[in-house]
Design a protein around this ligand. Structure first.
Ligand code: ADP
Ligand code: ADP
Length: 226
């Protein structure tokens, strides 16, 4: 089964903008896949269609075989999303943040507690677990977003421009975390507009521009083309 199977995806917004003009792509289980493109290329729209935040005009998306429209709940449960915007509830503690998210995905209380503990440890956040999220540094907020995305053990992690507007030092730190997540078996889809980031992290890269995939391959294959 493919982790993500996108076929002839078209998304036209009510404004008339055609953000995706027939996109097809496959992500294999275990891959670290990069979707590279400039602002306005259609990256967020593709993610929104995958996670049910937007409905495709035509075409299909399957997440581990589950149709993102007709089997929305199963598709969504298979996806962990680390959104670009830091959409954290600033009044919750770190532990509560993870616990809420696990609850949303139907995890039993005991399992939520164990999983939260494990993730706080993995992302070096244990010391802060009872503090409110608003007290965290920028790097810790980003790490919490990763931990939250992984809480319900998704098989596909989607990272939407995880290092946009992040300084060099923090970017290096985040790269180490996301690489480890992939090495431990989670399939990753990363969107970025940094070529360097895609080349460094990804097994395969697709270039998207103007709502179309204009090139696809390993970074070596793409380098040979351009
Ligand atoms: P990216 O994530 O690559 O920057 P987006 O998917 O956000 O690209 O945007 C693709 C195109 O769709 C852009 O032209 C953008 O202005 C437009 N767009 C995105 N969201 C909406 C929306 N909700 N309504 C209308 N147009 C939108
Ligand atoms: P939004 O922040 O756009 O209102 P939702 O209310 O749908 O998003 O989601 C609630 C929380 O769950 C958010 O923190 C969001 O990042 C996260 N989330 C949304 N979709 C998914 C998904 N498919 N997998 C994991 N987390 C998700």
């Amino acid at each position: 089964t493919l982790a993500l199977e996108v076929r002839d995806l078209v998304k036209r917004y009510p404004t008339g903008t055609e953000a995706l003009k027939g996109v097809s792509l496959d992500i294999r289980e275990g891959e670290f896949f990069g979707l590279l493109g400039p602002n306005g290329a259609g990256k967020s729209t593709l993610i929104h269609c995958t996670t049910g935040l937007a409905s495709p005009t035509s075409g299909t998306i399957r997440v581990f075989g589950h149709d993102a429209v007709t089997h929305y709940v199963d598709a969504r449960a298979a996806v962990g999303l680390a959104p670009q915007e830091l959409n954290i509830d600033w009044f919750l503690t770190l532990e509560e943040t993870l616990d809420y998210h696990g609850g949303y995905f139907g995890m039993p209380r005991k399992e939520r507690r164990a999983r939260a503990k494990e993730l706080l440890e993995a992302f070096s956040l244990t010391e802060k677990k009872d503090e409110r999220t608003r007290t965290l540094s920028g790097g810790m907020k980003r790490r919490l977003i990763l931990a939250r995305a992984l809480m319900h053990r998704p098989r596909l992690l989607i990272l939407d421009e995880p290092t946009a507007g992040v300084d060099v030092e923090l970017r290096l730190e985040l790269w180490q975390y996301v690489r480890r997540i992939n090495e431990e078996g989670t399939t990753v889809l990363l969107t970025t507009h940094y070529l360097e980031e895609a080349e460094l992290l990804c097994d395969r890269i697709a270039f998207i521009n103007g709502g179309e995939i204009v090139a696809e391959g390993t970074s070596e294959q793409l380098a040979a083309h351009y």
